[in-house]
Design a protein around this ligand. Sequence first.
Ligand code: NAD
Ligand code: UDP
Length: 389
Amino acid sequence: MASAARVDLDGRPIQPITICMIGAGGFIGSHLCEKIMAETPHSVLAVDVYNDKIRHLLEPEGAHAWSGRIQFHRLNIKHDSRLEGLIKMSDLTINLAAICTPADYNTRPLDTIYSNFIDALPVVKYCSENGKRLIHFSTCEVYGKTIGSFLPKDHPLRKEPEFYVLKEDESPCIFGSIEKQRWSYACAKQLIERLIYAEGAENGLEFTIVRPFNWIGPRMDFIPGIDGPSEGVPRVLACFSNNLLRGEPLKLVDGGQSQRTFVYIKDAIEAVLLMIENPERANGQIFNVGNPNNEVTVRQLAEMMTQVYSKVSGESPLDVPTIDVSSKEFYGVGYDDSDKRIPDMTIINKQLGWNPKTSLWDLLESTLTYQHRTYAEAIKRSIAKPVPS
Ligand code: NAD
Ligand code: UDP
């Protein structure tokens, strides 16, 4: 529990605030709620349509040191007049609500655009009209493809950082053509970023925009057939975890050549807490939040996860641990990919002094230990169950 002696980065005492957290029941929201309850005096009005991932913070009522500081409001921000009241009651709004799994971008582009742009509009409007601060979650995907990806494959300039490092205030946003519906998400996120920026410029909205670079850890997404739809396609961590838990080869989309940098959720949440508690340093900023030191191709990620899972589960890896699958087969038409994502860290270093700490091996070890402990038995039971004829 927080003591009165907590100070911000400029040595000023931190005053307790009330936070309206929209999408609090999701992966990032659940970790942020945990952190705020355990380490700060702040209160959270947690808004979501689901609360399974934060149930341990809510129940049993009155049993926790933080009881009374977190309140769950089950509402869909698409159509609920209670939203403005909750924003008015708060000092800060954090908007995490979104459809944000790539399998949806090309197959449910309308839902994706509505969720990431239209549904966020009232949140921005209520914050602006009521003089409330907003921390909005965007995505590293607004950068799209790197400039270097348009050069010939072996061109020496591809190795120059200015052709691939992604900088908040300099890099362009490069998306594919309209029929590549993969970019419906990035484009909607880009437009809401521009709208928030314009509200700041024209109407004085105090805002911070967060661009997460592949945050991963426990409670991310779902395991198909166990706590999610059996045909559902979550993000890569849960896809590969599901394959490992079921003893199936991991599927490499288009050869697994795309590169990603992965950051441990617990490191990333430290950055968000610094933003919450240092408004003067965070307002008006767009922050990359990622770990440039944890870069791998998706193929290397699959190999590392296979090794780590074998270590934590005690099971031997498969003889053929991966198989190749085309993106058309895996995601359907209209899929496209970001080739490489290295976050530039200059702005977040300068404003908040934040750096990620956890190596990819260590974060996979703690995450896959969690996956094994949480799901291995349920998977065994589901495999043993006779299929209805
Ligand atoms: P998540 O899907 O786990 O969480 C989103 C939550 O928002 C869910 O609990 C969902 O129920 C809720 N939600 C969606 N629509 C809603 C609505 N209309 N009303 C109420 N609640 C609604 O996703 P996450 O990984 O926690 O991501 C949170 C945010 O961060 C998203 O905006 C996402 O685009 C962004 N982001 C995350 C990552 C990452 O690495 N995890 C990367 C890039 C961007
Ligand atoms: N991917 C894969 N196999 C899977 C799931 C994803 O090869 O089972 C690839 C996907 O094509 C992309 C990368 O892994 O290149 C990361 O995908 P994710 O869904 O996590 O989201 P992204 O980083 O693209 O936003």
